[in-house]
Design a protein around this ligand. Structure first.
Ligand SMILES: NC(=O)c1ccc[n+]([C@@H]2O[C@H](COP(=O)([O-])OP(=O)(O)OC[C@H]3O[C@@H](n4cnc5c(N)ncnc54)[C@H](OP(=O)(O)O)[C@@H]3O)[C@@H](O)[C@H]2O)c1
Length: 254
């Protein structure tokens, strides 16, 4: 598949470059600085990319990049959610531009485009309480707003999915292709965190549900490489089970 990757210079983006190439995709990288991308990747990997310099705020630049390069799919890893309630994040503006650019490209082709977005675990539905975490953890609010935007799109506008990881650690800073990882493939589920552990503690008044969420949450740390591989694997087909939903993941082997 030909994939437009927006935000290829970031933590997730660099691993996505290697994972997408390893899975046989063609990659068109959309970045703010071509020089920065070139400096971060091995020359043998950089040579395999088509690279476009542009702003992720610019829906028109995204639309043109999709149409001119005949891309089948888009992955957006640009932007970072705000950490504090008073923090400023470019992420909602970037997601709105990617949605608009991909929507227009799909409308021109008369076929909705396949698009992966990066979210956070707080955008999932928790068995204990739907939005408990995002009400208390400001870093997750941007992801919830972006999810609300995606869910408000009319049918057949965009074949979107939002990957919702907890914290992601790097395995290495080796971005060579093919990727080497000793970590397991992730286990996933639509909308909810997979393999959630229920507990009688949830019945404790006021704090019970929060305790169960906190007990569970530490189990959901994964690596940047595992998440990149998850998206690259999903894009091997356009027939994904995750179209139109947020996606929870866990490393079940830990
Ligand atoms: N890292 C984690 O543990 C974690 C956990 C859960 C969710 N997430 C989510 O995953 C996503 C990616 O995270 P990350 O750790 O890869 O972030 P990151 O390393 O900070 O990378 C952010 C990327 O966004 C690009 N960018 C920022 N503003 C831009 C703009 N205005 N126009 C174009 N590009 C822009 C940056 O480009 P430059 O290089 O040009 O600055 C960079 O490529 C975020 O949505 C984050 O909230 C991350």
């Amino acid at each position: 598949m030909k994939v437009l990757l927006i935000g290829a210079t970031g933590n997730v983006g660099l691993r996505l470059v290697s994972a997408l190439l390893t899975h046989g995709h063609n990659v068109v990288a959309h970045v703010r600085s071509v020089q920065k991308l070139e400096s971060l990747l091995p020359e043998s990997v950089y040579r395999q990319l088509s690279v476009i310099e542009g702003s992720a705020f610019d829906a028109n630049s995204i639309k043109i990049a999709i149409l001119d390069n005949n891309c089948d799919a888009v992955v957006n890893s640009a932007g970072l959610a705000a950490v504090t309630p008073w923090g400023k994040s470019d992420l909602p503006r970037i997601v709105a531009a990617v949605v608009e650019g991909a929507r227009q490209a799909g409308a021109e082709r008369k076929k909705p485009l396949r698009v992966w977005f990066l979210g956070g675990m707080g955008a999932l539905q928790f068995p204990e309480a739907n939005s408990l975490l995002s009400d208390h953890v400001p870093i997750l609010l941007d992801h919830c707003r972006n999810l609300a935007l995606l869910k408000s799109l009319p049918p057949n506008t965009l074949d979107w999915s939002m990957l919702c990881p907890s914290n992601m650690d790097p395995e290495s800073s080796d971005f060579s292709v093919p990727t080497k990882s000793s970590h397991a493939k992730l286990t996933s589920s639509a909308q909810t965190p997979p393999l959630w552990k229920d507990s009688w503690l949830k019945h404790i008044p006021l704090i019970g549900k929060i305790i169960v969420i906190v007990m569970n949450i530490t189990r959901y740390g994964t690596t940047l490489e595992q998440n990149a591989d998850f998206i690259a694997t999903d894009l091997e087909t356009l027939d994904s089970p995750y179209i139109g939903t947020q996606v929870g993941i866990i490393d079940a082997s830990k």
